[in-house]
Design a protein around this ligand. Sequence first.
Ligand code: ZN
Length: 161
Amino acid sequence: MKWSWPIARFAGIDVKIHATFILIVVLGALQWSAFGLPGMAFGAMLILALFLCVTLHEFGHGLVAQRFGIPVREIVLLPIGGVAALTRNPSKPLHELLIAAAGPAVNVELAVVVSPPAPQRAIPAEQCFRHIDGWPVNHPRRTDLARPLHPLQATPPFAQM
Ligand SMILES: [Zn+2]
């Protein structure tokens, strides 16, 4: 694909990024810009981690295609996702089905690997709400922020009767 450059090679398959890929990294950084430079770095890293998963998904398609004797020209990463470019279409429908299913199968495997283990016991609801957004509900700053938003609390306490 034009305007794309190789960044890695695995199992004989070049992984390339398209010139427009930088747009999604910048967008990811901007989404976290409220947290300053560390936030922007986090946003960019989040997008790169997401596209690592996209790359593994494409390798799912590519490696199964290679197993059925179909050479893979390249994997290209674009802002909208990845493309595993096969040199030809599979001749058997079952091969095509397995090649198509291999990408999502990688996603399922990734979900199992990165998911945290289920909690051993249920967390009480009041404990969940107490630490919402990292601020305890009874924290002075949380109360100050919340009070003007509630119409009854905006009036003095003696006027609420
Ligand atoms: Zn796919």
